[in-house]
Design a protein around this ligand. Structure first.
Ligand SMILES: NCc1[nH]cc(CCC(=O)O)c1CC(=O)O
Length: 332
């Protein structure tokens, strides 16, 4: 080993301590080892306040995000160099001392249906009247209530493995559950997916940033930014920035039933199609629209998200969101 490589301190990668979070951080470490093999990398998996307390009401706990605040403090103080997040769990407004760096190639952004082990159903359409879908996401339940008014919903919390165990338990009320395809695939549960729920197959629109990772750095840390830029995927970055701009424009600070889908409709011309929906909690009211725009730069991506948000507001999204914000539903 040369003196030079020994002199460079390890790059410290922070993440939450769930199995999914650690798998994601290990994936980023493996990618970094490929592009910068001389450097060493350390993962610090933190048991965050949000992981410790499972109560819903904590979503309303002060202004701080319980899942990201402690990691961001360590990033700001220099104890960490990068945080690996699920992009969809990253607020659209970050602390002043932090920045979103690279967005790597996105995995499948769709939601997925998993049916309780041993039941004969295969898709949403085959579920009988009164079947119970486990989800605590108002985005998922509101869209599904709208499309499948004969189905019922029950809260389902915990990490990926815990939720599946609760659904599979023959004593539990759940008929099935909805989770992100990417999350299920990363923890090795792809074989349990019964149906992928994109807009093309009778399904729902996914969460902003779903299926992508967000790499957060200290603001102005040019060295780490340059390193992480080597992991960036341009198309994923532009699509996700457009989605985050839509959410930034629409949200009143809490999580709301906004579904989105982005698709590159013409790779050579860089045309991004973004579709979005805002639904009332009971599924009875909704506004939906879609725009195609040429997107080559981050600013063009953000402009697309903003324009779609403004169109939705004009079509009545604000009234729906106001009513929901008044009751502050649990986070997606
Ligand atoms: N809110 C929880 C959460 N945050 C990120 C993922 C999975 C990974 C991803 O979709 O990016 C999940 C689980 C889920 O919603 O099913």
């Amino acid at each position: 080993m040369t003196e030079n490589s020994q002199a460079q301190p390890p790059l410290r990668i922070g993440t939450r301590r769930s199995n999914l979070a650690v798998i994601q951080a290990e994936g980023i470490r493996a990618s970094l080892q490929k592009v910068a093999p001389d450097r060493t990398y350390e993962i610090e998996a933190l048991h965050t306040l949000g992981d410790k307390d499972k109560s819903t009401e904590l979503y309303n706990f002060g202004a701080k995000n319980l899942w990201t605040a402690e990691l961001e403090e360590k990033l700001t103080s220099g104890e960490l160099d990068v945080i690996v997040h699920c992009l969809k769990d990253m607020p659209t407004r970050l602390p002043d001392s932090c920045d979103l760096a690279a967005i790597p190639l996105r995995d499948d952004p769709r939601d997925a249906l998993i049916i309780k082990a041993g039941l004969p159903y295969t898709s949403l359409k085959t579920l009988p009247e009164g079947a119970i879908i486990g989800t605590s996401s108002v985005r998922r339940s509101a869209q599904l209530r709208r499309l499948y008014p004969h189905l019922r919903f029950a809260n389902l919390r915990g990490n990926v493995e815990t939720r599946l165990a609760k659904v599979d338990n023959p004593e539990s009320e759940y008929t099935c559950m909805i989770m992100s395809a990417a999350g299920l695939e990363r923890v090795g549960l792809k074989h349990r997916i019964n149906q992928y729920l994109g807009s093309k197959d009778g399904g729902i629109l996914h969460a902003v940033g779903q299926g992508a990772l967000g790499l957060e750095i200290r603001k102005g840390d040019a060295k780490v930014l340059e390193l992480l830029d080597q992991l960036a995927d341009e198309k994923s970055t532009l699509a996700c920035l457009a989605e985050r701009s839509l959410l930034y424009t629409l949200e009143g600070g809490c999580t709301v039933p906004i579904g989105v889908e982005t698709e590159w409709v013409d790779e050579s011309k860089h045309v991004l199609r973004m579709r979005a929906i805002v639904v009332s909690l009971d599924g009875t009211q909704s506004v939906e629209d879609s725009i195609d725009a040429t997107v080559n730069t981050n600013d063009e991506a953000k402009a697309l998200g903003r324009e779609l948000a403004e169109r939705l507001v004009k079509a009545g999204a604000e009234a729906i969101l106001k009513e929901i914000n008044a009751t502050r539903p649990p986070k997606d």
